[in-house]
Unconditional design. Structure first.
Ligand SMILES: Cc1cc2nc3c(=O)[nH]c(=O)nc-3n(C[C@H](O)[C@H](O)[C@H](O)COP(=O)(O)OP(=O)(O)OC[C@H]3O[C@@H](n4cnc5c(N)ncnc54)[C@H](O)[C@@H]3O)c2cc1C
Length: 401
């Protein structure tokens, strides 16, 4: 869907050995945001991607920025109030950061601030809404209880409204980031797969078929770590999420984000169709399931379509259907920072769950600080070195059944 309305810059593959202060592996939102931030701090940065910009999950994302899938109340229960409040702080800063980069670099990527609504699919106020409301109010989020989501044909029942969430076109954003990286003197190589990373506390070497990259630090931003050593065993599991894009008449639906407390849950946003179209796209996702998925994908798409048509009778033909991989951290918090199984100069950004736009941006902020030797108060919270079990609680995986 995004590829139909974005033009992605392409770059030549690596051609021989080279050096940089930092080598970033992966040109999704995590890698490109990190590269951009480090360049702004005066580092020399080289980005490689085995395919091209946005070829991974960022191109499959529905790209809205909203509260954690895991819910603040769950995070408070598992990690305590101080850390859950830090998550809220990181979410706020990450969303502001994306907005600020878009403004500074004048990236035309349909970014908009809009309200997000969480509701119970059974139409009643429930314990999840109640505890989420209590915790987020305490954390100072702009959250309100409403009788229903306004402006929809179907009655959602009581809901929470989170003000000033965000959505954007993920590939247009990446294309803009890539242009800014080149303007700042960075280098990007498509079709360059990292095969291995090795070295010591001073220098790391990224080995590729086309040559070796020697760098003072390496950032693994490949979503799925491509070497076991890049993440401690048992910290995350792979899920799959499914999405449809259905035509709806322009301006017929309120501009809002929706998601529910169901299991499996559904999420909804609007997106522009091609500029000449007289309709827009209702993007409906969900049916998250542990990889490898079963039953077959078509059944998941059918379920999503039935769910969407029951609630949005205006919806017309399905133009797009796709799925992608979501890395679910067992304790609900992304894995961002120094890789404990390496020297101190190898960093990872993974375990994004369904909040990758936010987590990857927070990861870029955090890793940039760590590479520059600055303290960051999220370091311990997101540390990939934390224990895979928290407070004696068994890891809980995913939102799916
Ligand atoms: C269907 C779906 C809907 C989603 N919706 C949302 C949403 O609404 N909001 C939200 O916040 N998040 C959402 N997410 C999650 C989000 O999209 C991801 O967490 C995020 O895009 C991950 O970004 P990334 O940069 O870490 O990885 P990617 O975008 O996957 O980028 C990794 C890159 O690394 C490259 N690579 C891999 N291995 C190598 C190697 N060995 N050498 C070189 N390059 C390599 C790949 O080619 C790829 O381009 C969704 C995900 C899915 C699948």
């Amino acid at each position: 869907m995004w590829l139909d309305s974005a033009s992605m810059p392409a770059f030549p593959a690596l051609d021989g050995d080279t050096t940089a202060d930092v080598c970033v592996i992966g040109a999704g939102i995590a890698g490109l945001t990190t590269a951009y931030m480090l360049l702004r701090e005066g580092k020399t940065v080289l980005v490689i991607d085995s395919a091209g910009i946005g070829a991974g999950e960022t191109g499959r994302s529905t790209a809205h920025m909203f509260p954690p899938d895991e819910r603040f109340s769950e995070l408070e229960r598992g990690f305590g109030t101080v850390k859950a409040a830090l998550v809220a702080d990181s979410y706020r800063r990450a969303t502001d950061c994306v907005e600020s980069i878009i403004r500074v670099e004048q990236i035309d990527c349909e970014f908009e601030r809009l309200d997000g609504y969480l509701f119970n699919p059974h139409g009643q106020w429930n314990a999840v809404l109640e505890s989420e409301y209590a915790v987020t109010s305490r954390f100072g989020l702009d959250v309100r209880r409403l009788e229903r989501v306004p402006g929809l044909q179907f009655d959602t029942g009581p809901c929470l409204r989170f003000a000033r969430q965000a959505q954007f076109h993920p590939l247009k954003y990446l294309a803009g980031l890539a242009r800014a990286i080149i303007t700042l003197g960075g280098t990007i190589h498509d079709h360059t797969r990292a095969l291995d990373v090795g070295g010591d506390a001073v220098t790391q070497t990224v080995r590729c078929k086309q040559g070796a990259i020697t760098a003072g630090a390496v950032v693994i931003a490949t979503n799925v770590p491509f070497i076991d050593r890049f993440v401690k065993h048992g910290m995350q599991q792979s899920y799959r999420s499914y999405v449809l894009g259905l035509r709806v008449p322009k301006d017929a639906l309120p501009r809002a984000l929706l998601w529910d407390t169901g299991k499996p849950y559904y999420y909804v946003r609007l997106a522009s169709a091609r500029p000449d179209a007289n309709y827009e796209l209702l993007v409906v996702g969900g049916q998250d399931h542990q990889d490898p998925a079963s039953p077959p994908a078509q059944q998941r798409y059918d379920e999503i379509e039935a769910w969407a048509r029951a609630r949005f009778p205006l919806a017309g033909q399905v133009d797009y259907a796709w799925s992608g991989r979501v890395m679910e951290p067992g304790d609900g918090i992304a894995l961002l920072g120094r890789n404990p199984l390496d020297e101190g100069n190898v960093f990872i950004i993974t375990g994004d769950s369904g909040n990758g736009m936010t987590h990857c941006t927070a990861g870029a902020i955090l890793v940039t600080d760590q590479i520059l030797g600055r303290t960051n108060r999220w370091s311990e919270l997101y540390s990939p070195d934390r224990e895979p079990f928290h407070g004696g609680t068994q890891l809980r995986f995913g939102t799916g059944p």
